[in-house]
Design a protein around this ligand. Structure first.
Ligand code: ZN
Length: 197
């Protein structure tokens, strides 16, 4: 296998593609070149879409691999700046009883934003890209990103988690509600939309 990867920036599936509705199987061996390349491609694709999280099914790879890349935003000023991390085969060990609603978008659903309830903290076990088992607690914005991406493994999207139809707005309406678009993350998880429209 060649080391060069001609197209690291993968195209992102949109809602309606059947892969987004499939249950993603676990990765048997995280250290294969195919999985390492997939992780690299997810990192590249996420960066170029200016998102904060992406799951492998979104690039038509039905596997339990996700990348989370949080950073502070005006809407989530306490969000940690983190090196992007890849999580393989994550398992939820525990979650807080309390739910918090927050705005989300999705690179696979550029037309809408939703006000989505999520657990405020969540304890996760996962395998990192080096094959090491890790355990961590995600809170607030990062917990939200994790739960959003984890749903992609279950064939779910944020629209499925809304409590009410009135919690779904168009991206256009969302910009009117939050006009300070100099802050791309006011637009939620999908970040800047230029790549997806
Ligand atoms: Zn998504």
């Amino acid at each position: 296998m060649s080391n060069s990867n001609p197209n690291p920036n993968r195209s992102i599936l949109h809602l309606g593609h059947p892969t987004l509705r499939k249950t993603a199987p676990i990765v048997p061996d995280p250290q294969t070149p195919q999985i390492q390349t997939l992780i690299d491609d997810l990192l590249t694709t996420l960066r170029s879409a200016n998102g904060v999280g992406i799951a492998a099914p979104q690039v038509d790879e039905s596997l339990q691999v996700m990348v989370i890349a949080s950073r502070p935003t005006p809407r989530y000023p306490n969000a940690p700046t983190m090196e992007p991390i890849a999580l393989i085969n994550p398992r939820i060990l525990d979650k807080s009883a309390d739910l918090e609603k927050g705005w989300e978008g999705c690179l696979s659903i550029p037309e809408y934003r939703g006000f989505v309830p999520r657990h405020r903290s969540i304890t996760v076990e996962y395998t990192d890209r080096h094959g090491t088992l890790q355990q961590t607690v995600f809170t607030d914005f990062v917990a939200r990103i994790f739960q959003h991406e984890y749903d992609h493994f279950l064939g779910l999207v944020f629209l499925d988690r809304l409590e009410s139809e009135s919690d779904r707005v168009t991206a256009e309406q969302f910009k009117l509600m939050f006009p300070d678009t100099s802050n791309p993350d006011l637009r939620g998880l999908s970040g800047v939309e230029a790549q997806t429209q």
